[in-house]
Design a protein around this ligand. Structure first.
Ligand code: PDD
Length: 317
């Protein structure tokens, strides 16, 4: 009689789930790029960190995302200043001075074929036996990689994007650019599940930010954002948008923003390293804006976007 072999999937549901994401395929899919890990440059594919790294065990680390245009870093000093502030907030010593950061970043940028890139820096507290207490004298783990930039599509710029809203259920230190992004990941997935681009978050009825962007509205011709606070990441575009508004003679105000303010906005925009400034034309299925411009990107967005493109030329090193 023929014996029927038990199929591993039937008896090992966890194993079969793991096998549906074959590690080898994933490894082959890792781009053939150079990265920096703890003082050494090597293939991204081969870079390895200990399972005892506190970044892996606790999400105990911070990160930065710097846009690179034509192989030049955009507003590098502002990103580095935020990195230093964040390291101080989580009590990790900055491992390099500006010259060394710049040198390491530029070496990776030069090795990447695409001229427009997104550079990622991550610093964790280091490797230690698991203990919530911050052990002294750990050597931070430093990782840098750069990938081709994936900017919003021409279609998204022309027609704007759809967003949904949700309550801000993340922790109360959104100002720290923490690698513990589970709250942001869960928030982002809510919009992804509905085919939308971002999840705009409200805490106690007031706008904070979106899952991976800051949010701006236009009211009576001026740009309005929420005040800087511990609940919001101060995006590098906060200061940039202020400067652009000043140069363009557009009003710029930071004040608490309610859900009603968002519903009534003339224009709505997202900003981030990847999105630059991006028009939002639909929120929770309802068109943004009024009159002929309802559901369309507005004139303030158009002027800011143009000015942003010029700033990229001038402010990249
Ligand atoms: N995200 N708020 C949150 C929660 C963010 O994650 C980001 C950026 C921003 C905008 O910050 P900036 O203008 O400095 O990019 C606001 C990055 C790009 C990311 O996590 O990939």
């Amino acid at each position: 009689m023929q014996r029927v072999m038990a199929r591993p999937q039937a008896t090992d549901p966890v194993g079969s789930r793991l096998r549906s994401y074959p590690a080898l395929k994933t490894m082959q899919e890792i781009p053939d790029a150079l990265c920096f890990l703890n003082g050494t440059f090597g293939p991204l594919r081969d870079a390895k960190v200990s399972v005892l790294d506190r970044g892996f065990l606790f999400g105990d680390g911070i990160y930065e995302v710097v846009p690179v245009y034509g192989r030049r870093l955009f507003r590098f000093d502002e990103h580095l200043a935020r990195l230093s502030r964040n390291l101080a907030k989580v009590r990790v010593l900055n491992p390099f001075d500006r010259a060394h950061w710049l040198e390491h970043c530029r070496q990776l940028i030069a090795a990447q074929p695409a001229p427009d890139q997104l550079l990622y820096i991550q610093i964790t507290r280091g490797v230690a036996m698991r203990d919530h207490v911050m052990l002294p004298d750990l050597t931070p783990t430093v990782f840098i990689m750069t990938n081709p930039m994936k900017p919003p599509s021409a279609q998204q710029r022309e027609h704007g994007v759809a967003c949904i809203t949700a309550s801000d259920f993340r922790w109360e230190r959104g100002d720290i650019k923490s690698i513990s992004l589970l709250g942001n990941v869960l928030a982002r997935q809510l919009s992804a599940d509905q085919g939308a681009t971002e999840t705009i978050l409200f805490r106690d009825g007031l706008l904070t930010e979106a899952s991976s962007s800051n949010v701006w509205l236009v009211h009576q011709g001026g740009v309005v954002g929420v005040p800087k606070s511990e609940q919001v990441l101060e995006g590098i575009r906060y200061e940039l948008i202020r400067e652009l508004c000043e140069a363009l003679g557009i009003g710029y105000t930071l004040r608490p923003i309610t859900k009603a303010d968002v519903s009534d906005a003339d224009e709505l925009m997202l900003s981030s390293a990847t999105k630059e400034v991006l028009p939002v034309t639909q929120v929770d299925g309802k068109a943004v804006g009024h009159g002929a411009l309802r559901g369309k990107p507005g004139p303030v967005y158009a002027r800011l976007y143009e000015a942003y493109q010029r700033a990229k030329e001038r402010q990249s090193i």
